[in-house]
Design a protein around this ligand. Structure first.
Ligand SMILES: Nc1ncnc2c1ncn2[C@@H]1O[C@H](COP(=O)(O)OP(=O)(O)OP(=O)(O)O)[C@@H](O)[C@H]1O
Ligand SMILES: [Mg+2]
Length: 629
């Protein structure tokens, strides 16, 4: 008879029904953690689950086989034990043993297949997320990148993308393997002994309550740990890229301390997270152990009293013990999913940003007929209340050279940036042949411009590839011809690898002047109707500069050229010079007109001229001293 202490009849059936739904409830509680978490989980499943639904369905099928094999092996313990007790069916026992071995083999095979399948699908998910993230980053404008460190993006593309895979894996493995296995084993438990099953599982929700309290702290710690990891990437990157400065200024200690602080930060967050997550295991162990102890006591008592057969009891006990691990994993599921969702949030933060620059936008292309560039009352600032350009107006005539001069920080590079739409002006218009560039397709605009920037950037590849980027599909002969015009061919041929020589990260294996000549060759190869040169010859010796000036003079023919230079000898021949100061063009004219005006340009020229004269004088004096005159 069922003691009154325990439920019986319809009451027992009701509880049994509720308990059988426990694994589903565990998953539901994970999904329902917060509406925001639920939304991210559903989105992950919709984005990636749907795309790989075939693979996941196959994996779920294999998991079902594995779960069924596990449950069946527990179920078979009943006939095994009963045959042993009755000692009358050795051949049946043999059959049962072989069946159990076969079931385990089947379970092993199914497990191997779904693990491989899930790993491959997971890797595909990471690759998709990384490609998607990178595409999205490329569509953001300069302002987006301005305030962020590249380490942050690296973190998102590597750590966060991988955490999406882990979260999906966790959800699918738990939903598939653990819930199916647990479900199967619970069925076996109920088939063997419904009353004992009720007692064993009744202790589960108490443990689950303790776990839910840990979730918030895990979420916060996971975010902190990610921030610390990206900081480590940032410091590593800056220390390596700025190695010369680090060494020259003896900054090793400064960098070391920064690194130690970040590493410590991550370590502390990781320790606290491990502590939070580790509580989950003993909590589950305690309640699991308690359930097993009670069941053994009560079940053993019932068998000894003759209320139940030994086979059912052992089969039930085996199912309970086997159910322990998947139940424990399900109890921790919420914690681990919360940890992984931090990465998913970081990825979606980027993916949800509207593309600031969309190459596919249906704007008409820029049609450059003559290449007349006009700035009309353009105002611009990088930060609010700090105007850089103020009502700036000037014209760069087609086929001629327009020079921009002026004090450092006056806004010359900003003008070239606006013309390429790296930023948009706050007010005013920038036109090419009368067309506002804001109304034109951005790709066609940038195709029409060849740019040599003030800070030359080379990619970590060969010289030939770096020049070839000017015009994808250019032949080797085109590349060499451009290099010749940029006076780079001779030094390239003198390198042992010739055009195939790798330039190193940022091109740092070359001298500043060599880098500049490669950048000029790249622009020459592009052969665009508008040419922008920002201090393009600043790093060159007078002889190379003279030679490149000649090449650039040729290049300028028939193009609209805008040149920014501090050294006045590079711009004296310009068709028109604009003096840029205080955000506007304060003077304009040819070199001789500006000198005649006797204004700022004149003073600027005098200053440089005086410095050059003083230099020549001191060189002359040094020469005379040396000769003992
Ligand atoms: N990305 C940026 N974010 C914020 N401010 C910026 C940014 N780039 C430039 N500035 C500011 O805008 C102003 C103009 O800078 P710009 O680079 O156009 O000057 P420049 O005339 O080219 O100077 P230089 O002759 O030294 O190259 C400066 O005061 C500078 O500090
Ligand atoms: Mg500049």
């Amino acid at each position: 008879m069922c003691p009154r202490l325990f439920p019986s009849g319809p009451e027992c059936a009701k509880i049994a029904c509720r308990i059988q739904k426990a694994p589903i409830a565990a998953l539901r509680s994970t999904i329902a953690a917060t509406p925001e978490s639920r939304a991210i989980i559903l989105r992950l499943l919709a984005d990636h689950g749907r795309q790989h639904s075939g693979s996941y369905a196959l994996a779920a099928f294999l998991m079902a086989i594995s779960a069924a094999a596990t449950a069946l092996s527990a179920y078979l313990l009943k006939p095994v034990l009963n045959h042993m007790v009755q000692a009358n069916g050795f051949s049946t026992l043999e059959l049962l043993s072989v069946s159990i071995a076969a079931l385990f083999l089947l379970r092993g095979l199914a497990t191997y297949c779904y693990l491989v399948l899930l790993a491959r699908t997971g890797n595909r998910v990471v690759a998709d997320v990384q490609a998607q993230l990178f595409d999205h980053l490329l569509m953001q404008d300069m302002r987006f990148f301005q305030d962020r460190h590249s380490g942050d993006f690296m973190g998102r593309v590597t750590l966060a993308a991988a955490s999406i895979r882990d979260t999906l894996q966790l959800l699918i493995v738990s939903a598939g393997r653990d819930i199916l296995t647990l479900g199967g084993l619970i069925v076996v438990m109920f088939v063997q002994d419904a009353r004992m099953s009720v007692i064993a599982i009744a202790l589960m929700p108490i443990g689950a309550y303790g776990l839910s309290r840990l979730i918030r702290s895990v979420r916060m710690l996971a975010r902190r740990s990610f921030d610390g990891s990206t900081q480590i990437l940032e410091i590593m990157q800056e220390a390596v890229q700025g190695l010369r400065i680090v060494k020259s200024f003896n900054l090793e200690d400064v960098m070391r301390n920064r690194m130690r602080a970040s590493v410590l930060h991550v370590e502390q967050a990781a320790n606290r997270m491990s502590a939070s997550m580790a509580i989950a295991s003993p909590l589950a162990d305690f309640f699991g152990g308690l359930a097993i102890a009670i069941v053994i006591f009560y079940g053993g008592w019932r068998v000894s009293m003759g209320h139940a057969d030994a086979g059912s009891f052992f089969s039930f006990l085996a199912a309970l013990l086997m159910a322990y691990e998947p139940a424990k994993r399900l109890a921790r599921l919420n914690l681990e999913v919360q940890n992984g969702l931090v990465g998913a949030r970081l990825v979606y933060e980027i993916l949800d940003r509207p593309a600031a620059e969309s190459p596919s936008a249906s704007l008409p292309p820029v049609k450059v007929s003559r290449g007349r560039v006009g700035f009309e009352k353009v105002s611009f600032s990088y930060r609010p209340d700090e105007p850089v350009l103020n009502d700036l107006s000037f014209i760069a005539e087609p086929g001629s050279t327009t020079a921009l001069v002026g004090p450092s920080g006056g806004g010359k590079s900003t003008i070239l940036a606006l013309l390429q739409r790296f930023y948009d002006p706050a007010c005013g218009r920038i036109t090419i042949d009368g067309m506002d560039i804001a109304d034109a397709g951005i790709v066609s605009l940038r195709n029409a411009i060849a740019f040599v920037s003030q800070d030359v950037f080379l990619f970590r590849t060969s010289i030939a590839e770096n020049i070839g980027l000017g015009r994808p599909g250019a032949t080797y002969a085109d590349i060499a011809a451009a290099a010749r015009k940029a006076h780079a061919h001779d030094f390239i041929m003198a390198l042992s690898g010739g055009y195939e020589t790798s330039v190193g990260e940022h091109g740092l294996q070359l001298s500043a002047g060599q880098r500049q000549r490669i950048a000029i060759a790249r622009a020459i190869l592009k052969d665009a109707p508008i040419l922008l040169l920002d201090e393009a010859t600043a790093a060159l010796d007078p002889e190379s500069e003279q030679a490149i000036q000649t090449a650039l003079d040729e290049l300028r023919m028939g193009r609209t050229t805008i040149v920014v230079a501090h050294r006045l000898q590079t711009i004296v021949g310009a068709d028109r010079i604009y003096m840029i100061e205080g955000g506007g063009a304060i003077e304009s004219g040819t070199h001789s007109e500006l000198l005649a005006q006797g204004g700022k340009y004149h003073a600027y020229f005098r200053m440089q001229f005086a410095a050059a004269e003083a230099k020549a004088f001191s060189a002359d004096a040094a020469g005379r001293d040396a000769r003992g005159l």
